[in-house]
Design a binder for this molecule. Structure first.
Ligand SMILES: Nc1nc2c(c(=O)[nH]1)N[C@H]1C(S)=C(S)[C@@H](COP(=O)(O)O)O[C@H]1N2
Ligand SMILES: [Mo]
Length: 203
């Protein structure tokens, strides 16, 4: 003898979209802009992407060099700590794996500090940017990434809250310890997993 079936409960409670992490809502077609600093304007020709710190081969790629690397896309959802989630986004660029494989992190490297041209920083455990989980991206929905959303190029780490996706990124520094970035020093969680609702320090 069994109790009420899942279907019974399913009819009595409207079904919540299972793509929505706890405490999030679907923002639909909107894409809010959240920026702590003044939106920079920089020429992609002047931009370089640097991977340094605890690596065997510190590397810098120009815009042209970066576009010559094998490209890949992310298709899926993004989640901001301010509680909006955006479904079915498409971003294009280069997997962080490609950059790291080329720079060869030392065995002692455990964390990454991402830095933007503006000085914005955010910290990530190395395994959270490895395994096709993070990209540097320059396109959104097949078009150049809008400047207010980090164009010409931003970090994309979609399985974590979106403050980890540093806009106007130009440096990944490999460290053997965790070092808090801008929002983490201001009270946001060091990891920021939306499924665990890690919004603030202590969550
Ligand atoms: N350089 C930089 N990157 C940033 C931020 C910022 O203030 N500066 N804000 C973060 C936060 S809190 C969020 S939610 C997302 C917002 O990205 P969007 O403006 O494209 O929605 O960018 C993240 N990356
Ligand atoms: Mo955010």
């Amino acid at each position: 003898m069994t109790g009420p079936t899942r279907g019974f409960f399913g009819r009595s409670h409207p079904k919540r979209d299972e793509r929505l992490p706890p405490g999030q809502y679907n923002v639909g077609a909107d894409w809010p802009v959240l920026t702590a600093e003044v939106t920079p304007r920089f020429d992609p020709e002047q931009w370089t992407m640097t991977v340094d710190g605890l690596v065997d081969n510190p590397q810098s790629w120009s815009w042209y060099d970066a576009h010559a690397l094998p490209q890949s896309e992310y298709r899926g959802d993004i989640h901001c700590v301010t509680s909006w989630s955006k479904f079915d986004t498409t971003f294009g660029g280069v997997s962080v794996d490609v950059l790291l494989d080329s720079a060869s992190p030392k065995p002692t490297a455990s964390h990454v500090l991402a830095t933007s041209t503006t000085g914005y920083t955010t910290n990530l455990p190395l395994e959270h940017v490895r395994g096709n989980k993070a990209w540097i991206v320059w396109s959104f929905d097949g078009k150049p990434l809008p400047r207010e959303h980090g164009g010409p190029v931003r970090l994309l780490v979609p399985h974590l809250y979106f403050w980890k996706s540093a806009k106007w990124v130009n440096q990944l520094t490999l460290l053997d310890h965790d070092e808090q970035g801008f929002w983490e020093r201001n009270g946001y969680h060091d990891l920021g997993d939306p499924w665990l609702e890690q919004r603030y320090q202590g969550d």
